[in-house]
Design a protein around this ligand. Structure first.
Ligand code: SAH
Length: 406
C-alpha cells in the first residue's frame, strides 16, 4: 500500500503556495487545494508530511500531502516547532479526550472522542462505545500513522478492543485508498454492544451498523425533541434503531410509529424499546418514508409530533438542488399530517445545504400547505462534534423544532 512509503521524518519537503492561499492559511483554514500549490511536487508518496511556505519563504503550516485528493494538503499544525511523531498524536488525542469530560459525565457511555478537523486531526474519527472504540481513518495522511494512532488510543482508553470502520462513505476512494474494516487492537466487539445515552439503553452493531454503529450526533437533539412528547401521538420517521422515537416513548408519548426502510434497523429498534421497558404504544413500519407519509394522509391519520431525520440527501454541491427538492417534498408531506398546535422536528445532515437554505426550504413547504409555522427551537451539533470558527465547512447537522400555529 502506498501509505507504507509516506515520508514522515523531518526535514519536511517545502512547497510554496499561491498568495491567496497564504491568506486562507493565515485565517487558520485547514485545507489546501492542489491548484493552490505553486509547484506541486511530483512523486511525493500520499500521506507524506510537508511544510507549506509563502512566496517569500515564510513558514505557514505543516501538514500531510496527497495529490490524489482534491484537497492536496490538510493542516496538522500552525507551529513550525511542532514535530509530527507518536508524541504529537498522543497529545492531540489526550487533549480531545479531556475536552469531552462534560459529555461523558451525563450518564452517556457512547461519545465521539475525535472529530477530525475540529480536533486538529483531519481525517480521523474516533467514537467510544463504553469499553469499545471504533475508528475511521479517512485519508492517506492518517492511514500512514495507523499503528501510532491505535497504540495511542489503547494507552489512553485501555479498551477491550479497537475496531476499524474505514469502510463507509466514498471518502477513502477520493484519497486513492481501499475500504478497510477489522480488529485493530484487542478483542473483536460482539455483534451487539450495549451503551447508554442520557440514561437510555441502546444496542449497536459496531462492525456493520451505519457510520460507527450509531448516530451519536443526535444525542442532545433527541432530548430536546422528547421534551415535547408527553401524551402525544408521535411519528418517528427514519427511525433507524429507535433514536428519537425511543426518547419520546420514555418521555411519555401516547403512541409512537417508527418508520424505516431497513428491516435489521427496525429489529434492533424493537429490542432497544424492550431494553428500556417500553412495551406498549409502539408501531413499527418497514416502509419508504415518502410512501408512508402519503399513505397516512390518505388514511386520514394524524400526529401531534412528527420527527424527520433522513440520511444525507446531498453528498456535494452538485446535488444541492435535488436535495432541496427532497427536503421540500418530505417536509411538506410531514406538515400535512399535523393540525394547528402540532409539531415537526426536522433535520438535515447534508453539509452542502446550509442552515439558512434549509430554513428557506421549510418555509416553502409550509407555504405550499397554506400553514403558518413558527420555529420553537434551533438545533445543531453536540459538544463532541464541535465546529472550528475558522472552518465553517465542518457544520453539517442542523435541525428545527417547528409548530403549526394556523
Ligand atoms: N433517527 C435515527 C437516525 C436515522 S439515520 C436516530 O436517531 O438514530 C437514517 C435512517 O433512514 C436509516 O436507518 C435508513 O435505513 C433510513 N432510510 C433511508 N432512506 C429511507 C427511506 N426513503 N425511507 C425510510 N427509511 C429510510
Amino acid at each position: 500500500m502506498a501509505e507504507l512509503f509516506a515520508l514522515l521524518d523531518p526535514p519536511y519537503p517545502q512547497i510554496q503556495v499561491r498568495r491567496d492561499q497564504a491568506r486562507s492559511l493565515d485565517l487558520r483554514h485547514p485545507w489546501v487545494y492542489l491548484t493552490a500549490l505553486r509547484k506541486p511536487p511530483k512523486n511525493l508518496p500520499p500521506g507524506s508530511l510537508v511544510d507549506l511556505t509563502a512566496e517569500d519563504g515564510r513558514f505557514l503550516v505543516r501538514g500531510y500531502f496527497n495529490d490524489q485528493s482534491q484537497i492536496a494538503v490538510r493542516v496538522l499544525t500552525f507551529d513550525p516547532a511542532e514535530v509530527i511523531d507518536a508524541g504529537f498524536f498522543g497529545a492531540r488525542l489526550a487533549a480531545a479526550h479531556a475536552r469531552r469530560a462534560a459529555v461523558r459525565a451525563g450518564d452517556t457511555t457512547a461519545w465521539r472522542l475525535c472529530f477530525a478537523e475540529a480536533d486538529l486531526l483531519p481525517g480521523l474519527i474516533v467514537d467510544v462505545y463504553g469499553e469499545w472504540v471504533v475508528t475511521q481513518l479517512l485519508t492517506a495522511g492518517m492511514e500512514a500513522w495507523r499503528p501510532v494512532i491505535v497504540a495511542a488510543l489503547a494507552k489512553l482508553l485501555a479498551p477491550r478492543g479497537i475496531f476499524d470502520r474505514s469502510d463507509g462513505e466514498d471518502r477513502r476512494r477520493h484519497e486513492g485508498l481501499e475500504p478497510h474494516s477489522g480488529v485493530a487492537y484487542g478483542e473483536e466487539p460482539p455483534a451487539e454492544v450495549e451503551y447508554r445515552e442520557h440514561g437510555r439503553r441502546f444496542l449497536a452493531d459496531l462492525r456493520g451498523g451505519h457510520k460507527t454503529g450509531a448516530y451519536l450526533d443526535q444525542r442532545d437533539n433527541r432530548l430536546a425533541v422528547a421534551a415535547h412528547a408527553a401524551g402525544r401521538r408521535v411519528l418517528n420517521a427514519f427511525a433507524f434503531t429507535g433514536g428519537f422515537g425511543l426518547y419520546t416513548a420514555t418521555a411519555g408519548a401516547a403512541e409512537v410509529v417508527h418508520v424505516d426502510s431497513s428491516a435489521p434497523a427496525l429489529e434492533l429498534c424493537l429490542r432497544n424499546l424492550a431494553l428500556n421497558g417500553i412495551e406498549t404504544g409502539q408501531e413499527l413500519c418497514c416502509d419508504n418514508v415518502f410512501d408512508a407519509l402519503r399513505r397516512f394522509r390518505q388514511e386520514g391519520r394524524r400526529f401531534d409530533l412528527v420527527i424527520l431525520d433522513p440520511p444525507k440527501f446531498a453528498a456535494g454541491r452538485a446535488q444541492v438542488d435535488r436535495a432541496l427538492r427532497g427536503y421540500r417534498d418530505l417536509n411538506q408531506h410531514a406538515l400535512r399530517l399535523l393540525e394547528p398546535g402540532g409539531m415537526l422536528a426536522t433535520f438535515s445532515c447534508s453539509g452542502a445545504v446550509d442552515a439558512p437554505t434549509f430554513q428557506k426550504t421549510l418555509a416553502g413547504a409550509a407555504l405550499s400547505n397554506s400553514q403558518t409555522v413558527q420555529i420553537v427551537q434551533t438545533l445543531g451539533q453536540p459538544a463532541d462534534h464541535p465546529l472550528l470558527l475558522s472552518f465553517p465547512e465542518g457544520a453539517y447537522l442542523k435541525g428545527l423544532v417547528l409548530r403549526v400555529v394556523s
